[in-house]
Ligand binder design. Structure first.
Ligand code: AR6
Length: 171
């Protein structure tokens, strides 16, 4: 698997699937979730509502992923996953890892070849970048997947630096 890192806006990426750092409700929010729904348009929310009603009446559990249309986005699909809220007193890294593993499992079901991830949980959910980046990277690297290309799309310089340094430390 080829792993790349770029600074940018995930809504602009021409990959097969973009991953959304959503919340349990799947009904939208701020951060990258808001940006994806704004850029992709109302078809994404409409499908999320159907998924809630049919499969997850209590919301999508943390660490799991589901796919919808991408609406107007250049990508073909959006894979919504729910990252853990950071807690100093409790190690939730297995849940953050699971977001990546389960998103790639869903990508395989779609036969997606290329997947873009944002820095899940590192915004509103408060996960420190230095802790999140190696967890994300290791989970993607270890996932049993046919996805050929994973692109981490980092919104700001600090996020890009944290992910690049996790990549260097791996080698
Ligand atoms: N492209 C790529 N990355 C982005 C973009 C974008 N367009 N916009 C923001 N980011 P966050 P979380 C970065 O807060 O921490 C929502 O309300 C952002 O700078 O989007 O998992 C959901 O509904 C940060 O580095 O996600 C949930 O309630 C990273 O994406 C909650 O926030 C993740 O920040 C999820 O919080």
């Amino acid at each position: 698997m080829d792993i790349e890192m770029v600074r940018g806006d995930i809504t602009r990426q021409a990959v097969d699937a973009v991953v959304n750092a959503a919340n349990k409700s799947l009904l939208g929010g701020g951060g990258v979730d808001g940006a994806i729904h704004r850029a992709g348009g109302p078809r994404i929310l409409a499908e999320c509502k159907v998924i809630r009603a049919e499969r997850y009446p209590d919301g999508l559990p943390t660490g799991q992923a589901v796919a919808t249309t991408s609406g107007e986005l250049p990508a073909k699909w959006v894979i919504h996953t729910v990252g853990p809220v950071y807690a100093k007193s409790q190690d939730r890294s297995h849940l953050l890892a699971s977001c990546h593993t389960d998103s790639l499992r869903v990508a395989d079901e779609l036969a997606a070849q290329s997947v873009a991830f944002p820095a899940i949980s590192t915004g509103i959910y408060g996960y420190p970048l230095k802790e999140a980046a190696p967890v994300a990277l290791r989970a993607v690297r270890a996932a049993p997947t046919n996805v050929a290309r994973v692109l981490f799309v980092l919104f700001d310089e600090a996020s890009l630096r944290a992910f690049e340094s996790a990549l260097r430390e791996e080698q």
